[in-house]
Write a protein that binds this ligand. Structure first.
Ligand code: NDP
Length: 249
């Protein structure tokens, strides 16, 4: 274990798979107590619970759908009951779909905006009474928000909105000692690559690797490294920023 986040109380939304899973484990191994949530039960939840049991600290994995504001309020009540305070919040839970704009229905627009953007608003707002000076909010955006991606107008709108919200909150909450930043991943190779046909995974790897300066996709651990930095006191004078973790795309 290293001690970058020793004793900190951290909430990470959507921690059972992918990037969130990597952030939860990295934060726990860096000495934080971590509370995370998910929507569906299953093997990913069991495996995270098992991994956290092997890690020192007071960790909790609970079911709460951040697409629903009542569930968010319940999640934050759990954070208060279990930790009494929060030193860090990572708004990571997100959903995406690929739909031609002309066919994008209001329900799908709302689902993607609610989970990616509205959840970050409500989680952060409800976390405020628990956050003191030297606390940090990290919003997981997307490199695609600045670039634009066909078939994902709803998703990029949500992630671009997150940047505006972050800039405003950095200024509004800075006087209280609360820092707010975005980490914008490029293409990160999560376990989702293992569940798709091998040929498709190889095609995606080749296409996106070529676009990066480093010539490869990112790992969950590399993404988590930037998040841990922003949660830690090493970034104490850094707020309102978007850090692109994209291999120089
Ligand atoms: P995954 O789909 O692999 O994992 C998403 C996690 O969030 C799961 O644990 C999931 O839990 C949880 N989650 C989703 N919806 C909800 C919800 N409504 N309530 C609670 N939990 C929820 O996503 P990634 O790891 O790929 O992405 C994580 C974040 O990074 C997202 O915000 C995404 O937009 C962003 N990102 C990812 C990139 C990448 O290359 N992977 C690139 C750019 C941005 P459950 O299984 O229970 O639904």
């Amino acid at each position: 274990m290293d001690f970058l986040l020793y004793g900190k109380k951290i909430l990470v939304t959507g921690g059972t798979r992918g990037i969130g899973h990597g952030i939860v484990l990295a934060a726990a191994r860096a000495g934080a107590d971590v509370l995370t949530c998910h929507r569906q039960d299953g093997e990913a939840v069991d495996s995270l619970v098992h991994a956290l049991k092997e890690t020192d600290g007071d960790h909790h994995v609970i079911r709460a759908d951040v697409g629903d504001t009542d569930e968010i309020d319940r999640l934050l009540a759990e954070a208060k009951d279990r930790f009494g305070r929060l030193d860090g919040v990572v708004n990571n839970a997100g959903v995406i779909s690929h739909i031609p704009f002309a066919e994008l229905e209001p329900d799908e627009w709302a689902r993607v905006i609610d989970t990616n953007l509205t959840a970050a608003y409500r989680v952060t707002q409800q976390a405020l009474p628990l956050m003191g000076r030297a606390s940090s909010v990290v919003n997981i955006g997307s490199r695609g928000a600045a670039a634009g991606i066909p078939l994902r107008a709803h998703y990029t709108a949500a992630k671009a909105g997150m940047i505006g919200m972050t800039r405003s909150l950095a200024k509004e909450l800075g006087p209280q000692g609360i820092r707010v930043n975005v980490v914008a991943p490029g293409v990160i190779e999560t376990e989702a690559f293992d569940t798709m046909p091998a040929e498709r995974a190889e095609g995606l790897r080749a296409t996106y690797s070529k676009k990066t300066a480093l010539g490869r996709l990112g790992t969950v651990e590399e993404l988590a490294g930037a998040v841990l930095f922003l949660l830690s006191d090493h970034s104490a004078y850094l707020t309102g920023e978007t850090i692109n973790v994209d291999g120089g795309i």
